[in-house]
Design a protein around this ligand. Structure first.
Ligand SMILES: [Zn+2]
Length: 329
């Protein structure tokens, strides 16, 4: 009897030690991320009535406010000018500030610095300030952040540096990105599935959107260590869409599971990683981890690929609706 008791105690001890070491090995690291959302008032604003933009904005912002996530939203003011809807579209934008978030400039017409001359691009930056400056002033705030459309920072270093000097002179801080799961691509398919009441396909898209983001986060974390030497305060790029309005809560849970807590963009930019040498230029815009890697002569490898069916269905969708394949990065 006594022996049995001893054996039981040993078993309990072994079990608890196993649990103990399991807990140790799965202890989540302390990670930090700032959330940014581009293409306001909505990525697909040209195809949506103002009432839908307002509903989407309300849903998205309620989740973010309830979960106390600091966010900066980047605006393309051209999307406000739909005849008969200007007031309502401006109101949807104002909601971001009323809910306690911040707005930044993403150019007036989502213009790529790689596709036009510097002067035309600078004009588009200036034109993109008019409404957001007024809205920010109403909330006693100042315009301070800029995000490059398509992450296109210039095709040659002279253009890149001149554009940066122009932005600094106008009082901007460039908002880089380090985490990007290409949510806009899933968002297009999601909106279409929703419009067709195809709930099975909707669920398939959401599942893939979440697993692809998880894989992209893992990739960025390991690339961070290779390039920066540690995991810096990350900056996540998302886009204003029905997909995010309906499912951002699940994406935030996924980030929490990876050990992230949510910080302001200002806090993230205080990380010294954002002062690392960066001479990246090229036809294709890309995130800052890749830019730093290429500056160091390292070729970033192993980025997870988006599933082929997502590309195929997106192509089909553009063919059937006659939409130009806009890439709203
Ligand atoms: Zn964009």
């Amino acid at each position: 009897m006594k022996n049995l008791v001893v054996i039981s105690i040993v078993h309990v001890l072994i079990a608890s030690c196993t649990l103990c070491s399991f807990a140790q090995s799965t202890k989540t690291p302390d990670r930090q991320v700032a959330v940014t959302i581009d293409d306001l008032p909505a990525g697909m604003a040209d195809h949506l009535p103002a009432s839908e933009i307002t509903a989407m904005t309300g849903k998205l912002l309620s989740t973010l406010r309830d979960q106390k996530i600091p966010v900066v939203g980047f605006v393309n003011e051209k999307k406000l000018y739909k005849p008969g809807e200007v007031d309502e579209r401006v109101k949807a934008l104002r909601m971001w500030l009323d809910y306690g978030f911040e707005l930044g400039n993403h150019t007036f017409s989502h213009m790529s610095l790689n596709q036009v001359g510097l002067t035309a691009w600078e004009d588009d930056v200036i034109q993109g300030e008019s409404v957001i400056k007024l809205l920010l002033a109403e909330h006693k705030m100042k315009l301070r952040y800029f995000r490059h459309p398509y992450l296109d920072v210039g095709r040659d270093l002279e253009t890149r540096r001149e554009a940066e000097a122009f932005l600094t002179q106008r009082g901007y801080r460039v908002a880089p990105i380090t985490l990007d799961g290409w949510d806009w691509m899933f968002a297009g398919l999601y909106e279409d599935a929703k419009a067709r009441n195809d709930t099975a396909f909707e669920q398939q898209i959401v599942k893939e959107y979440l697993s692809h983001h998880d894989a992209e986060f893992a990739y960025a974390e390991q690339l961070s260590v290779k390039v920066v030497g540690y995991e810096p305060k990350q900056i996540l790029l998302l886009h204003a869409s029905d997909l995010e309005a309906d499912h951002i809560g699940e994406l935030l849970d996924l980030l929490r599971k990876r050990g992230y807590r949510f910080i302001t963009l200002e806090d993230a930019l205080g990380d010294s990683a954002y002062s690392l040498p960066n001479t990246y230029v090229g036809e294709e815009g890309t995130g800052w981890l890749e830019q730093w890697a290429i500056t160091q002569g390292k070729i970033p490898q192993g980025e997870p690929q988006i599933a082929q069916w997502v590309f195929d269905r997106t192509k089909q969708l553009h063919l059937s609706t006659g939409q130009v394949s806009a890439i709203p990065q």
